[in-house]
Design a protein around this ligand. Structure first.
Ligand code: FAD
Length: 392
């Protein structure tokens, strides 16, 4: 079976690597000169500045992505965070554990879940019933890991993510950062004699009697199956059918070189008393090769559509958090529209299917119910199951 993959983001490369391992003939098309989409990095003055991700895999070595990287035969070492996270609250840093949350809030949460299991109730309603620490933690957690606010999501969407975080645990950092992950996947694809064609934009995909024809600017090629890593909307445009619009989540990321360490551990520091910044990580604690000296990253969701204003609020937070430290902001990157934090606001589950049999969507526009790349991995797993059931 010949399979085309449109886009070499994490979802596209993970699919391609596993399919190539299973013996399929796979060809990946990437419009940019580099692979990895929002899950890679470039070295800038000795620091691995990422194109998107904060160099973190949400459930570390125990998660869905780690399991599927193994299945693909990709050689990736994931350094699990210890502790998983701390929270900076009223000037004090506390380890985030079950016992960090007051009993009253734990009971309110349990009751709220029981009462609203099957209802679309906003998390801002839950937030109002929690004590100050727990309410602020909820907001920071959603801002950091999903780039959304409690107003934007519901209990039914977030509950599976909460369950999997309890079950699989917190994050890890891949040695070499996200670039090492996509490079390891590309190595698998290429070692199986499959091609990755960089700088090759797919202009259209047409349904044919035999399967699909994939059209670039000056050539077309026949395939049995197409996996698209560019979201449902863009895929529909390539294939001339209609798809529902999905709402992306947007955010801003700050890459900071800092002389003295600001965080002492390899996990996330959630910032609970800030205007915008939800959290920070210092990835050089997990892998010193990710930056010379200490490399700190901060992330915020966008609360308004005014990017300049959002950045000025984020920078105020950073100035307050890092008062007394010697640091330099290396990059401020904003993410929305065609290059968002998430193509579909996180939570819930997006289908991998399209109206065309044999055409499936992978990547963060077709995620399973989990955080970021863990959800991407679950979506890929579903799409591959669909491919396996096709008959030719
Ligand atoms: C600021 C930020 C921080 C994040 N932090 C984390 C994190 O720490 N941990 C985590 O798990 N997730 C994180 N994420 C989310 C994660 O980066 C994404 O979920 C993931 O990278 C999406 O991968 P994807 O498969 O959807 O592909 P994408 O990254 O969307 O890649 C799609 C590829 O398709 C190519 N393409 C598009 N159109 C065409 C065409 N017509 N022909 C050929 N190629 C085409 C694009 O150039 C691109 O390379 C973060 C995202 C952002 C923006």
């Amino acid at each position: 079976m010949r399979i085309a993959v449109v886009g070499s983001g994490l979802g596209g490369l993970l699919s391609a690597a596993i399919l190539s391992e299973r013996g399929y003939e796979v060809e990946v098309y990437e419009k940019l000169p580099f692979i990895g989409g929002r899950f890679t990095s470039f070295n800038y003055r000795g620091y691995e500045i990422s194109t998107g991700a904060l160099h973190m895999i949400p459930h570390g070595s125990r998660g869905h992505l780690a399991r599927m990287l193994k299945e693909a035969g990709a050689r990736v070492e994931i350094i699990d965070s210890k502790p998983e996270g701390t929270a900076l609250y009223n000037g004090e840093e506390v380890e985030v554990r079950k016992r960090s949350f007051p009993l009253r809030s734990k009971l309110s949460f349990a009751l709220f879940c029981l009462k609203n299991r099957f209802r679309e109730v906003r998390l801002s309603e839950l937030e109002r019933r929690l004590d100050d620490f727990s309410a602020r933690f909820l907001r920071a957690f959603l801002g950091w890991s999903l780039s959304i606010t409690p107003e934007e999501t519901t209990l039914t969407k977030i509950y599976p993510i909460y369950r999997s975080t309890l079950e699989l645990g917190g994050p890890g950092v891949p040695a070499g950062g996200c670039r090492a992950v996509v490079e390891a996947l590309a190595e698998v694809v290429e070692s199986n004699d499959c091609k990755i064609r960089r700088g090759s934009k797919v202009r259209s995909v047409r349904k044919e009697d035999y399967g699909f024809s994939v059209h670039l600017e000056r050539e077309a090629k026949a395939f049995d199956v197409v996996l698209s890593d560019i979201g449902h909307e863009e895929t529909a445009k390539l294939c001339s059918y209609r798809a529902e619009k999905c709402e992306p989540s947007s955010g801003i990321k700050y890459s900071i070189a800092i002389k003295q360490p600001f965080i002492e551990h390899t996990g996330v520091l959630f910032t609970l008393n800030t205007r915008r910044i939800s959290g920070m990580n210092q990835v050089t604690n997990a892998d010193p090769n990710l930056g010379k000296g200490h490399f700190l990253m901060a992330h915020q969701p966008m609360l308004t559509s005014n990017v300049k204003f959002e950045i000025s609020e984020g920078l105020k937070d950073i100035r307050e958090l890092l008062r007394g430290y010697e640091y330099e902001i290396l990059a401020v990157q904003s993410y929305s529209d065609g290059w968002p934090v998430n193509r579909a606001k996180a939570g819930g589950e997006e289908s991998v299917k399209t109206p065309l049999k044999g055409l499936y969507v992978v990547g963060d526009g077709a995620k399973g119910q989990d955080i970021e790349v863990e959800g991407v991995a679950l979506g890929v797993e579903k799409a591959l199951q669909e491919v396996e059931t096709l008959e030719f």
